[in-house]
Design a protein around this ligand. Structure first.
Ligand code: HAM
Length: 433
């Protein structure tokens, strides 16, 4: 049997990985400016954690989890999302004792057994953020603003932030009943999934993607007209904070989210142009009782997770140039002695911090220069018999062809000086200096 990768998962190869590394480094830089610290979490947890947090009747728990018994007979699940693990870790390590507000971010693979299609995978990557320990609407707004600033830094300026409020344990039961009464006369027209949702989770009828269901959903009562006064006030404040820094958004009362732990502010970030039917780049919201549900102290939380495959597919071309690692120096060695010497010269320059490549098998000057060009090396360092005899090497700037003799005794310093001149010229050219 020919061995190949499993349906719905993919390799991320060199050439593509540079985009991922760039996005991940911008995320780390941006989120740390807002006080978030990275947390690394296990990829598998006890199944119960996900059942109890995401909700028994959600699609994720009912149909999509990779669950198995390990050799000790424990029920284990590959994590379908990160929030549940963060909450578990927060309680287990008593993080609530350390700070009033705990701000964490994580990134890594998630697993859902969904039908693979463009933008939907069975192993996919998320970057997630959780702010734990405050119920202030300022936190909701600040975290969403950070997200939008992150997108802007990546050159993604036309994503849409859509927000909604899902109320709280005081106003939701009543809205649920109001909604059920309004849905009831339409049951025959709704899809079979919505008929099941009607009893178990009627709010999910609001975000069904089946066309006739979404048409009916538009006419159903809106949660925003049934919020209690506290939820109404909090939702208004979130919008005031977003307005205060000119972060644009729209209210979409059909956002329900596919996980059960949310209350109050929920949101999604949508691409109207680049993603087809899987158009949500990011989703999140407030989950004020999840920590308590796992016997932790009262800890209101707000967070989000974004899908890296979807985000990366949207990155504008001009931001992706020059991401690929290029050698600073390509060693061109002619003759056996030079070839032998290249081993220690390469080591010397690499330990000084340069990215250095060479042709292990040697070859003609022409073929080695061709390789240096192909790899887009910034310089070629040429070492031949004469150079060894004179204790001087030739450094060639691959862009303008200028060649300089440099002494073998001061090699590192001289290469550094040339490199500095080259990088200053680059900055000047790009208008940064
Ligand atoms: P979620 O909406 O289930 O939320 O997932 C967040 C993002 O992950 C989605 O907007 C999408 O970009 C990406 N995503 C989800 N499923 C797939 C898939 N099968 N293939 C590719 N990308 C996918 C959560 O996971 C919550 N934990 C977010 C959160 C954090 N809420 C509060 N804190």
């Amino acid at each position: 049997m020919k061995i190949k990768s499993i349906k719905g998962v993919k390799d991320i190869l060199p050439g593509e990985i540079e985009k991922w590394q760039w996005v991940e480094s911008v995320a780390g830089w941006m989120f740390s400016r807002y006080g978030f610290k990275e947390i690394r979490l296990p990829i598998f947890e006890y199944t119960d954690l996900f059942k109890r947090s995401i909700g028994d009747t959600t699609d994720i728990v009912e149909k999509e989890m990779y669950t198995f018994k390990d050799k000790g007979g424990e029920e284990i699940t590959l994590r379908p999302e990160g929030t549940a693990s963060v909450v578990r870790s927060y309680i287990e390590h008593k993080m609530h004792g350390q700070n009033q507000l705990t701000k964490l971010y994580y990134l890594g693979p998630m697993f859902r057994y969904e039908r693979p299609q463009a933008g939907r995978f069975r192993q996919f990557y998320q970057i997630g953020v959780e702010a734990m320990g405050s119920s202030s609407p300022a936190i909701d707004a600040e975290v969403m603003i950070m997200l939008i600033e992150f997108f802007k830094t990546l050159g993604l300026n036309d994503l849409e932030l859509q927000i909604n409020s899902l109320g709280c344990k005081d106003c939701r039961p009543q809205y649920r009943e109001t909604l059920k009464s309004a849905i009831k006369p339409h049951l025959k027209e709704l899809c079979s999934n919505c008929n099941q949702r009607y009893e178990r989770n009627p709010l999910r009828v609001l975000d069904c993607k089946v066309e006739c269901c979404s048409e009916i959903a538009k006419g159903l009562p809106k949660f925003k007209d049934h919020l209690c006064s506290q939820c109404e006030q909090d939702f208004a404040q979130v919008q005031e904070f977003l307005d205060a820094v000119n972060t644009s958004y729209s209210v979409n009362d059909q956002i329900v989210r596919g996980l059960d732990y949310y209350n109050k502010t929920t949101f999604e970030v949508i691409s109207k142009t680049g993603l087809g039917s899987q158009n949500a780049v990011c989703g999140g919201g407030r989950y004020d009782s999840l920590v308590e549900d796992f016997n932790g102290p009262p800890t209101p939380c707000f967070g989000f997770a974004l899908g890296l495959e979807r985000l990366i597919s949207l990155l504008p071309e001009e931001k992706l140039q020059n991401l690929e690692q290029r050698p600073d120096i390509y060693l061109v060695c002619l003759g056996e002695e030079a070839q032998q010497l290249s081993f220690s010269v390469t080591h010397q320059l690499r330990t000084a911090g340069f990215c250095v490549e060479r042709e292990i098998e040697g070859g003609s000057m022409k073929s080695q220069m061709r390789k240096a060009n192909k790899l887009e090396s910034r310089f070629a360092l040429i070492i031949g018999e004469n150079e060894i005899k004179n204790n001087k090497y030739v450094l060639k700037n691959m862009k303008d062809g200028e060649q300089s003799e440099i002494s073998a005794d001061t090699l590192t310093q001289e290469v550094y000086d040339h490199y500095k001149r080259w990088s200053d010229a680059q900055l000047k050219e790009s208008g940064q200096k």
